[in-house]
Design a protein around this ligand. Structure first.
Ligand code: ACO
Length: 336
């Protein structure tokens, strides 16, 4: 039994913020941002917008492309680190899509690697679990966790959703050739958005003699803390190696790759990885300039644009790789 990609879709918020717009908020400019990152614009969810709605729209488009009815979906994987419900948002998407037969739906949290991990999970469910139609959605709204006073990080991120439908097929049509995935908790200090410390408050309330004062009440998360240079070095070091490992597992070589599709974090990271893999820029997919780093959404968003523009065609081999907070990273060699 194999699995193949049969549809993709994406959705972005309507509010576009350019580098010039950002220069009115923090001390930066278009030249610095575009030269160091390749980013020119990003889309941002306003306070009234819903990430769950955006994810649902992307998923619906993927189903339409695949000509699969929502009722035929038996698993929805929502890859996100910014859910609108701490308990997960995938069941809300399942409901909004009208998947009436109560398919399993849950969230996967792995920051910018989330989509690749979701894709591999979907393949395992299909190949080993008898599942037939699995929606893998990557959606994030990191703008909600950005410190808009920190010019070193606020210029990087945007919000978006992307989705693919993975379907069971005969093994000779299999569209996931191989994968390679890793984590390194040691590197968390370089990139995180931790739960806020509340011990001090508990202690102060506790000294009033009230048990209630000792108990945690609500919680919230800090803004993204990032050591950009370390994250940059990490990505350029691990991603080419991971892709090489995945290629070797599939018995393929670099020349088998039609398209390199990396998590869209920084154009200089994408270029450095392509150079290390000796892949020319014509074989690299990039839409970072328009959307910035959209975390788990970046790979399916770029894939969707490349498929709909006719760049990626049936039978093409794609080396996809995600990397980011955790630290986590992973590659998948897939066929469209
Ligand atoms: N505009 C103008 N100047 C700036 C800005 C800005 N937006 N940001 C920083 N600077 C200044 C700094 O203050 C510093 O000034 P100084 O030399 O006077 O001290 C100078 O520019 C250089 O700053 P660096 O931080 O050293 O710049 P660097 O070349 O490392 O680029 C960047 C920073 C773009 C963040 C880069 O390190 C990067 O892209 N790293 C990867 C980050 C990333 O991809 N993170 C997301 C991972 S995915 C996930 O899981 C969320």
């Amino acid at each position: 039994r194999g699995c193949k990609l049969v549809g993709c879709g994406s959705a972005v918020p309507s509010l576009q913020i350019s580098n010039d717009d950002l220069s009115k908020i923090v001390d930066t400019n278009d030249e610095w941002i575009s030269v160091r990152t390749g980013i020119r614009n990003r889309r941002i969810l306003t306070g009234k917008d819903s990430l769950t709605d955006l994810a649902t729209e992307a998923a619906r488009k993927a189903l339409q492309m695949a000509e699969v009815d929502p009722e035929e979906v038996d698993l929805v994987l929502m890859c996100t680190s910014t859910p609108e419900d701490l308990f997960g948002s995938a069941p809300q998407i399942q409901k909004a899509l009208g998947c009436k037969h109560n398919p399993l739906a849950y969230d996967i949290t792995a920051a910018c690697s989330g989509f690749v991990l979701g894709l591999v999970s979907a393949a395992c469910y299909i190949k080993g679990g008898g599942f037939k139609n699995v929606l893998v959605i990557g959606a994030d709204a990191l703008s909600r966790y950005v410190d808009w006073n920190d010019r070193g990080s606020c210029i990087l991120f945007g919000d978006a959703a992307g989705a693919v439908l993975m379907q069971a097929c005969d093994s000779d049509e299999d569209g996931l050739f191989s994968f390679d995935m890793h984590s390194d908790g040691e590197g968390q200090r370089h990139l995180n958005a931790k739960m806020k410390e509340r011990e001090k408050e508990h202690h102060e309330l506790g000294t009033n003699g009230s048990l209630l004062g000792l108990l945690p009440r609500g919680s919230s998360y800090s803004c993204i803390q990032m050591n950009g240079k370390e994250v940059f070095r990490f990505a350029v070091r691990v991603v080419p190696h991971s892709i090489e490992l995945a290629l070797a597992k599939a018995g393929l070589t670099r020349s088998s790759i039609d398209w390199l599709l990396l998590h869209q974090a920084n154009q200089r990271i994408i270029d450095a990885v392509a150079t290390r893999l000796e892949l020319s820029s014509e074989r690299v997919i990039s839409n970072l300039a328009n959307y910035g780093n959209t975390s788990a959404a970046s790979i399916p968003l770029a894939l969707d644009e490349a498929v709909r523009s006719g760049k990626v065609q049936a039978g093409h081999t794609i080396a996809a790789a995600g990397f980011g907070a955790g630290l986590t990273w992973g590659s998948a060699i897939i066929r469209w």
